[in-house]
Design a protein around this ligand. Structure first.
Ligand code: NAD
Length: 263
């Protein structure tokens, strides 16, 4: 899986084709969508139109909360594949654990079937807390490849990353730029950007890469789409990394997975 991919949350279906096409032209080879984003069709059209061989593009989609359960998961997966116009996905994720509904173990057992059938080349989860992962590890057989969680300099997720590392689960950062709200104006980040003659977004993305997490920034602006992948030719030094580490506030932008139960 490429360490840096392109996220398409909040991109309407009719804009997704253009945005994903721009991303593929800019060199992205990993796209993160979800059934609930409503843009699997536009995403699939861009991939088909790109002419890039299927095995060179890494496609992730996610099971929506309302479809949790063994049979409903299998049906939802078929619907996602049909919208994407693909015969397999590279990674399928349970979008949220929804502990109050208590269906994520059954849903994951359906994921294991999709995995053994080769229709999902890898399976994983999103927004799972260590307690939810522990239950999966105890009651199912395939270790989730990845847990996609909210992660940015204001929410550095030390405990989750340590837990994932110990279990062989990769960490993927959603809202890696803090949704562009405020984080990119933080003086410490602006100062590091000036020092390296880069943009604040590039500094934050570079921090993620050096942390070792998978990262999936979103933009629909072509210049920003290109800017966000242009982060492989410079390195943050220990002083930069320490200054960004000091920004942790354990502050979420999104919902708390322990209580989020919207279907
Ligand atoms: P993000 O942190 O990637 O921020 C995106 C926003 O930042 C853009 O809309 C824009 O306003 C701004 N931005 C982007 N590039 C910029 C640049 N170069 N300069 C200045 N501003 C810039 O936020 P996100 O979209 O929430 O997260 C990224 C992806 O993560 C999503 O698209 C989606 O694929 C995934 N995601 C997953 C979940 C989940 O529950 N699994 C939740 C949220 C997001």
């Amino acid at each position: 899986m490429p360490q840096l991919g392109f996220g398409v949350w909040q991109v309407p279906d009719d804009e997704a084709e253009q945005a994903v096409s721009t991303a593929l032209e800019a060199g992205y080879r990993s796209i993160d969508t979800a059934a609930i984003y409503g843009n699997e069709e536009g995403t699939g059209k861009a991939i088909a139109a790109s002419g890039i061989p299927r095995d060179e593009v890494f496609v992730t989609t996610k099971l929506w909360n309302a479809d949790q359960g063994y049979d409903s998961t299998l049906r939802a997966f078929d619907a996602s594949l049909a919208k994407l116009g693909l015969d397999y996905v590279d990674l399928y994720l349970i979008h949220w654990p929804l502990p109050s509904k208590d269906k994520y173990v059954d849903s994951y057992k359906a994921f294991e079937k999709l995995y053994s059938d080769g229709r999902a080349k890898a399976i994983g989860v999103s927004n799972f807390l260590p307690e939810h992962l522990e239950r999966l590890l105890g009651e199912t057989s395939v270790v989730p490849a990845i847990n996609q969680i909210e992660l940015h300099p204001h929410l550095q997720q030390h405990a989750a990353r340590d837990f994932h590392g110990a279990q062989g689960i990769a960490t993927e950062a959603w809202s890696p730029l803090g949704q562009g709200k405020g984080l990119l104006e933080v003086p410490a980040i602006v100062a590091i950007a000036q020092k390296h003659n880069r943009t604040p977004a590039q500094i934050v993305l570079r921090w993620h890469l050096q942390l070792g997490t998978v990262v999936i920034p979103k933009s629909v602006t072509p210049s920003r789409i290109r800017e966000n992948i242009d982060v492989f030719d410079f390195t943050l030094d220990t002083e930069d990394l320490a200054a960004i580490s000091a920004l942790n506030e354990d502050r979420r932008i999104g919902p708390n997975p322990a209580t989020f139960d919207i279907v």
